[in-house]
Write a protein that binds this ligand. Structure first.
Ligand code: ZN
Ligand code: MN
Ligand code: MN
Length: 283
């Protein structure tokens, strides 16, 4: 069976995220361990950390995933933003270690004004620095982007360039299906999916893939629009997801939904849609 879960809120305390994941029947889940739209965060008390990790262990859910907040920009040409970003990165990696969270997902930032090469040296320094300041086993997962202007990580070549410089066993990849499609990587048919995965394997290596952000796309192929849609109701569509969920490699990678919640469907609805499509391919 596929492993699928959703992004859950930490409102009321970090450990409440585990309760929500259990309540919604998640096999795995993702959180923001701090306010995703702010810079500041308070330290977690040892009690908070213990409450979370005890509940996580008791739940049997694996893996729990932490996502970096939105403001840090690891490729920023501005020193103040850059150094603050690296500080958030290392403190999140350390925090994950304490919480028993094996993966931290990060976006690769934006190189506004300085171009890809300078952005590349910033982000690789940031990743190396973050890893060396957190002496644990937590893996940093680099997430592909929708390929909007100035963003790092819209192409497999970009990500490969980062991996080549960083060279660490603690770095892996999170592929977001919506971002892939929006960046121009077609995954909406069996043939297109195979071609895209071959390209991923050629540049990056399938063994690096640790997590899928499983989202349909409101935007068309190559639109560079980062707009998530319910599974099967967007431009990747039913056929696309049936193929993704039947794929022998992909179906064994943990999946986290970052889909909308609206009148058409909620989180549980998307979990069920994924499980239903995945089980159809088993019959
Ligand atoms: Zn993300
Ligand atoms: Mn994502
Ligand atoms: Mn997105």
């Amino acid at each position: 069976m596929v492993k699928v879960g959703i992004h859950v809120s930490i409102a009321g305390g970090l450990d409440k995220a585990v309760d929500r994941a259990v309540e919604k029947g998640c096999d795995d889940f993702q959180i923001f361990s701090r306010n995703p739209r702010g810079w500041s965060s308070r330290d977690l008390s040892p009690e908070e950390v213990k409450r979370f990790s005890d509940k996580l262990t008791a739940s049997g859910i694996f893996p729990a995933v932490d996502h970096m907040p939105y403001l840090p920009n690891l490729a920023s040409p501005k020193d103040d933003v850059y150094f603050k970003s690296v500080e958030v990165l290392s403190s999140e990696l350390i925090r994950c270690g304490g919480l028993g969270i094996p993966y931290l997902v990060t976006h690769l930032g934006s190189h506004t004004g300085v171009g890809f090469e300078d952005g590349l040296s910033r982000v690789t320094e940031a990743v190396k620095d973050g890893l060396s300041k957190s002496k644990n086993e937590v893996m940093l997962l680099l997430e592909n982007t929708a390929g909007s202007k100035n963003s790092m990580g819209g192409s497999f070549q970009d990500i490969a360039a980062i991996l080549e410089v960083v060279e660490s066993k603690r770095v892996g990849i999170c592929l977001d299906t919506c971002h892939l499609f929006a960046a121009g990587y077609d995954i909406s048919t069996k043939e297109a999916l195979e071609k895209t995965l071959q390209e991923f394997d050629d540049h990056i290596g399938m063994d690096k893939l640790r997590l899928l952000h499983i989202n349909d796309s409101k935007g068309a192929l190559g639109s560079n629009l980062d707009r998530h849609e319910h599974i099967g109701l967007g431009k990747i569509g039913e056929v696309g997801f049936a193929t993704i969920l039947a794929h022998e490699t992909l179906r064994n990678i943990p999946m986290v939904l970052e889909t909308p919640v609206d009148a058409r469907r909620d989180d549980v609805g998307n979990i069920l849609a994924v499980r239903d499509m995945a089980s159809r391919s088993e019959r």
